[in-house]
Design a protein around this ligand. Structure first.
Ligand code: BG6
Length: 513
């Protein structure tokens, strides 16, 4: 099927004029113009668990324009009333501060259109065309909460239906492809219809409060920058630990694994924010330019190095929970299921002047003892120790739960006699300090899409640079005879992950804060 050339858009034609857009990564502006948000995959898990609640919270806080509509698209054959009933039953119990009037107003924003992308039945596109007729000058956001292979066909069909206007944007959920080649193919297909500045590739970690605070911490405080380098920092740890397993997700997870599901996107984005150079401006391109330089500076891990620098594991049964292979699933276990990693740990290096010789340890896994996402900056030992028992300082940025920043300092325990030292945290808890609910990452990111601010979204070159680094590790694992190291559910991951640090006399940060 041929497509006519994409919209020849000037930057200023996309959504609100660029000069009007929220310029900052740390302020999310209320919507000024009504928009139509069309969610493909609108009745799926992501939509019902994250997007709809986030939109309700934005609405409740007065951040959605009065006339904004949310149009879910799915194969479900639902009417507007059915969809509203489903949201009422499934989402309302999960939202905060629900008031009946506000909730009913929110429900009235919701619509449903049945659509099967790739089918010869064009009825869904006609129904959507009808719903959107007369609203061509509104911002129009197509949010693709669907598998990546639908991205290209959806965009092409939307274009053929004449629905891609100069004020349209498209949001692509991760994972974008399963390797560099497939990511490039998707980017090309979507790029035939949408200009790069209309494409918002979402990584919800970038919308988390502490992640944005990392930029503020680094670039709005003078004292850290002089020590933010290999002279003072021994190593960095980035952990995203989850207690959940993968029940019901085998169809997806067998073909993803921890590396594609978490490391290629969330963990590498966090690494970029820690390692990037100070951007000259807080705008859409300057920050992303600096992040992409970090990804391009990662030392490739290839061939036999993969066994030295990367570890994979798969959970087996633990107390009261089944192993990965026995999780309830709609697809049977295959050879691939035995090979997929539910845990990954990697020792990465950023080869540049600032970070030479500083390892960045990344780890993520399912069915670990605690849900904990954090970045730990481990400083070096004091140059000359006069007190026995002094441990190096650690700066811990806790992303979840209990978002906050903790600086572990050495202090003297009170008391006479010999000086005894103890690491004590100097802590900033966001909930306590700001006395407000920490908004979900999707609230922030949805408002940014509606405002046309792409700063916290990934650019094509970033996504592709991340795949370029991940691909050799995946290829090695997929081509290897060995299987992931088993670890019982509820334990701290495979022994290999601990050896990865122990080899250089280091340990993972596990302290409660
Ligand atoms: C998603 C992954 O991107 O992130 C899931 O696909 C994972 O496997 C989730 O559970 C974790 O997100 P959060 O915000 O709960 O840490």
């Amino acid at each position: 099927m041929s497509v006519s050339p994409r919209n020849p858009l000037a930057a200023s034609e996309i959504g609100a004029p660029m000069g009007d857009l929220a310029p900052s990564t740390v302020t999310s502006t209320p919507q000024r113009h009504a928009a139509d948000l069309i969610v493909f995959g609108g009745t799926g898990d992501l939509s019902m668990r994250k997007l709809i609640p986030a939109l309700y919270h934005c609405d409740r806080d007065g951040r959605l324009a009065d006339e904004t509509r949310i149009i879910a698209m799915s194969r479900g054959g639902l009417t507007d009333a059915d969809f509203r009933g489903k949201v009422d039953a499934e989402v309302r119990p999960a939202v905060h501060g629900d008031d009946d009037e506000g909730w009913q107003r929110f429900l009235r924003r919701l619509h449903h259109v049945s659509l099967d992308v790739g089918s010869s039945d064009r009825g869904g596109w006609s129904a959507l065309t009808h719903l959107l007729a007369g609203y061509e000058d509104r911002d129009r956001v197509f949010y693709l909460a669907s598998p990546p292979m639908t991205f290209g066909p959806f965009c092409r069909e939307a274009h053929e239906a004449g629905l891609v206007t100069p004020r349209s944007r498209v949001v692509l959920e991760k994972p974008l492809g399963r390797d560099l080649v497939s990511a490039q193919a998707i980017n090309d297909e979507v790029g035939e219809i949408f200009d790069e500045r209309q494409i918002f590739r979402i990584d919800h970690y970038l919308g988390k409060e502490t992640v944005q605070n990392l930029l503020v911490l680094r670039f709005a405080n003078a004292f850290l920058e002089p020590v933010w380098n290999s002279l003072w920092i021994d190593h960095v740890q980035i952990t995203v630990a989850e207690t959940v397993g993968t029940p019901g997700r085998r169809g997806y997870y067998d073909h993803a694994g921890a590396l594609r599901d978490m490391v290629q996107n969330h963990l590498l984005q966090l690494l970029c924010l820690v390692a990037m150079e100070p951007p000259s401006r807080n705008d859409r391109e300057s920050i992303r330019d600096e992040k992409v330089k970090v990804l391009q500076s990662l030392r490739p891990i290839v061939g036999s190095e993969v066994d030295r620098f990367a570890v994979r594991g798969q959970y087996t049964a633990g107390e009261g929970v089944p192993g990965y292979l026995d999780e309830p699933a709609s697809t049977p276990t295959t050879d691939i299921s035995h090979r997929v990693e539910t845990y990954a740990a990697i020792r990465a290096e950023v080869k540049n002047w600032r970070w030479a010789g500083v390892p960045f340890y990344l780890r993520t896994g399912k069915r670990l003892p605690d849900r904990r996402s954090e970045i730990v900056i481990q400083f070096k030992d004091v140059p000359h120790a006069i007190f026995p028992g002094a441990a190096p300082n650690r700066l811990v940025l806790r992303l979840q739960p209990s978002e906050g920043i903790h600086l572990l300092l050495m202090a003297k325990e009170p008391g006479a006699g010999e000086v005894a030292l103890r690491p004590v945290p100097l802590s900033l808890s966001f909930a306590e300090t700001f006395q407000s609910r920490v908004p979900d990452a999707y609230e922030r990111l949805l408002m940014d899409v509606l405002a046309g601010n792409p700063t916290l979204f990934m650019r094509r070159d970033e996504v592709e640079a991340a795949w370029r680094w991940i691909d050799p590790i995946i290829e090695n694992w997929e081509g290897s005879e060995s299987l992931p190291e088993p670890y019982p559910a509820g334990t701290a991951g495979p022994a290999g992950a601990h050896e990865l640090l122990a080899r250089s006399g280091r340990t993972w940060h596990e302290e409660e804060l």
